[in-house]
Design a protein around this ligand. Structure first.
Ligand SMILES: [Zn+2]
Length: 123
């Protein structure tokens, strides 16, 4: 029971942090603010609604296409969100629900963002 709760918490935190990493790794190299504006389509600049921002699921249900302008949404979003969700969930299961999770989650977000920015810069 406790493990199931830890698993669900890990998945929820993983989805949110994965989405956060995609935002950071898109905005930091472009020198954009990470607090505003709210998320928008890079192509048509349409503001994204809540249903467009559900990590992993929105990309899958829209098949990687913007619902407003039909532009392709990079597979990077899906891949980053899945990898971060898996890493965070595993970390929750290994460490358990404790304050030791905080530095671990910070490290995951920082490292994942760094790696994505670095990989995309090399291309
Ligand atoms: Zn669009």
């Amino acid at each position: 029971m406790e493990t199931a709760f830890t698993l669900v918490m890990g998945l929820l935190f993983g989805l949110v942090l994965g989405s956060f990493v995609t935002m950071l790794s898109y905005r930091i190299p472009r020198k954009l603010s990470i607090v505003k504006p709210p998320s928008q389509c890079p192509s048509c600049k349409h503001r994204l609604m809540r249903r467009d921002l559900i990590p992993i699921f929105s990309w899958l249900t829209q098949r990687g296409i913007c619902r407003y302008c039909n532009a392709r949404i990079g597979r990077r979003y899906l891949v980053i969100e899945i990898l971060v969700t898996l890493t965070v969930t595993l970390t929750f299961l290994i460490i358990g629900l404790s304050f030791a999770l905080l530095p671990a989650l910070l490290a995951i977000v920082a490292l994942a963002s760094f790696v994505v920015i670095w990989v995309e810069d090399e291309r």
